[in-house]
Ligand binder design. Structure first.
Ligand SMILES: C[S@@+](CC[C@H](N)C(=O)[O-])C[C@H]1O[C@@H](n2cnc3c(N)ncnc32)[C@H](O)[C@@H]1O
Length: 163
């Protein structure tokens, strides 16, 4: 995970004076890691409770539902770690042009998915069920490249339950 964030940081720091939009910051661990490397991160989350928690910890966070919200810009990078798994395939396709347009030239969109096919509901961790869509690298690649973006880097690593 650090390697993925390190790559984002080095790309952003090579882009003059620009910052990162984080979608689905949750508790904000990734933002903390990037900020420790000198990156300015704009924290957001679809859940008000996370936004409030980030605010209470002294961070400037705002509510943002990635499916419909204003992504602002310009951004050197937009990151979404363990968030877009909760979108269905059409919602991800709809997001691509909305992410592409606020990025600066040479900017990057960095995100993680669970690898595989199909869709599943998970009933653990929260009181309500969570929706997961699984992706393969070729599927992600074709979705991006059909929208004028290119997949420049892809890595796999083993999570607690999925790759
Ligand atoms: C597994 S957490 C990941 C948090 C953080 N990115 C990390 O890696 O620690 C998933 C986050 O996505 C947020 N989320 C889920 N659906 C979202 C949506 N449609 N728009 C924005 N955030 C969403 C959740 O509220 C939650 O904070």
């Amino acid at each position: 995970m650090e390697r993925y964030l390190d790559k984002v940081a080095s790309r952003v720091l090579a882009t003059n004076g620009s910052s990162v939009l984080e979608i689905g910051s949750g508790p904000g661990w990734d933002a903390e890691y990037l900020q420790a490397q000198g990156v300015v991160v704009h924290r957001t989350d679809g859940a008000r409770a996370f936004v409030d928690r980030l605010g209470a910890n002294g961070h400037d966070a705002r509510p943002l539902d990635v499916r419909t919200g204003d992504l602002g810009g310009p951004h050197a990078a937009i990151i979404a770690n363990a968030v877009l798994v909760h979108l269905d395939r059409q919602q991800f396709a709809d997001l691509i042009p909305r992410v592409r347009d606020p990025l600066v030239a040479g900017g990057c969109f960095a995100f993680t998915f669970k690898e595989g096919d199909g869709h599943a509901w998970a009933a653990d961790k929260l009181t309500g069920p969570r929706s997961f869509t699984y992706w393969t690298e070729p599927g992600v690649r074709s979705g991006l490249e059909g929208s004028g973006m290119s997949l420049v880097d892809a890595n796999q690593w083993d999570g607690q339950r999925d790759t």
